[in-house]
Design a binder for this molecule. Structure first.
Ligand code: SF4
Ligand code: ZN
Length: 319
């Protein structure tokens, strides 16, 4: 009987059966396989080079905590420098716990940690924006605002601390969701930018990297539990309204019957991407290469999206 034996070491305490490749693994072999897979991706896709200063977007959730802990292996080998940044968007009952865990995780690993709140930086919170937005006939989704400001803060902090890479905890589920969403919306412009790392010749953008891109979300959850890391598993209260959530549910359900499906979507996309990119991007500049007249940040139009939103928000909430 090989049913309940670890395919790596023969241990009888199997904690996972990977239906997509047939492996059965005990706790140690599983954790080892996750770390090896992530470090292999980092090496194969050349996500970092020796001497890089990597800034990790640390929410306190499972993905970013796992990412920080695994990249810390490279820090301990003196291959990279590591810092972390946490954004507090002002989502009560949700973000406080993440900020606390992020603080503690960074302190345990002796990693310099930056916390930036929407309240301090912009003088509003996502809760406050949504309070006003819900009075509208067609309210904007929270993520529309939140995403723009989060991106701006990540980019600014990365520049301020002179990070050479900005690492995020996007996992296999996130990536396949993005690919499908963009297919479904016909958004080729966004689609060609999905990848292990961003490409930009604009020095004002720190290159973004996604070392967890090949790891299924479930396995990251299991990895942090088996490693005894403290994380918060609650989802953002605004996330359930999103299209991403619908696509995620569809993918999870379909994967139950077709275990290799997310890998097929990712690998298939990686194969066709160069062709789409060549054809579609021939006359495009890709990322914005202008400058916002108000804030001086990178922008594709005279006024950047963040400044447009800021004006609208301050008008609405009168602060
Ligand atoms: Fe912001 Fe949306 Fe993420 Fe919540 S789910 S933190 S509102 S981007
Ligand atoms: Zn601006």
């Amino acid at each position: 009987m090989t049913e309940n034996i670890c395919t790596q070491c023969g241990n009888k305490h199997v904690i996972i059966h990977r239906k997509y490749n047939g492996q059965r693994l005990c706790s140690n072999c599983f954790k080892d396989s996750i770390e090896k897979q992530v470090l292999k991706t980092v090496k194969k896709e050349k996500l970092v080079t020796k001497g890089d200063k990597v800034l990790v977007g640390l929410s306190g959730g499972k993905d970013s905590v796992a990412l920080l802990k695994i990249l810390n292996i490279l820090k301990e080998k003196n291959i990279i420098e590591l810092e972390a940044v946490t954004i507090d968007e002002g989502i009560s009952g949700y973000r406080e716990e993440g900020v606390r865990i992020a603080k503690e995780t960074a302190a345990q690993l002796n990693i310099k940690h930056h916390i930036v709140s929407f309240k301090d930086k912009y003088n509003f919170t996502i809760d406050r924006i949504m309070e006003e937005e819900m009075k509208e006939k067609n309210p904007q989704h929270a993520c529309t605002y939140c995403g723009v400001f989060r991106r701006q803060i990540f980019n600014q902090v990365a520049r301020d601390v002179k990070a050479t890479k900005l690492a995020t905890g996007h996992n296999l589920d996130d990536e396949t969701q993005s690919i499908l969403m963009n297919y479904m919306e016909g958004n080729v412009n966004n689609m060609v930018r999905i990848g292990y790392k961003t490409q930009s010749s604009d020095e004002r953008f720190t290159q973004k990297i996604k070392p967890l891109r090949k790891i299924p979300e479930k396995e990251i959850g299991l990895y942090v539990l088996e490693s005894g890391f403290e994380v918060h598993f609650d989802g953002c209260p605004y996330a359930h309204e999103s299209f991403r959530m619908e696509v995620g549910d569809f993918l999870r359900e379909t994967t139950l019957k077709h275990p290799t499906m997310m890998y097929s979507i990712l690998n298939g996309f990686e194969k066709i991407k160069p062709a789409i990119k060549k054809d579609y991007m021939a006359n495009k500049t890709g990322l914005p290469n202008g400058t916002c007249e108000i804030c001086g940040e990178p922008a594709s139009q005279k006024i950047c999206k963040s400044c447009k939103f800021l004006e609208k928000i301050h008008e609405k909430i009168g602060e």
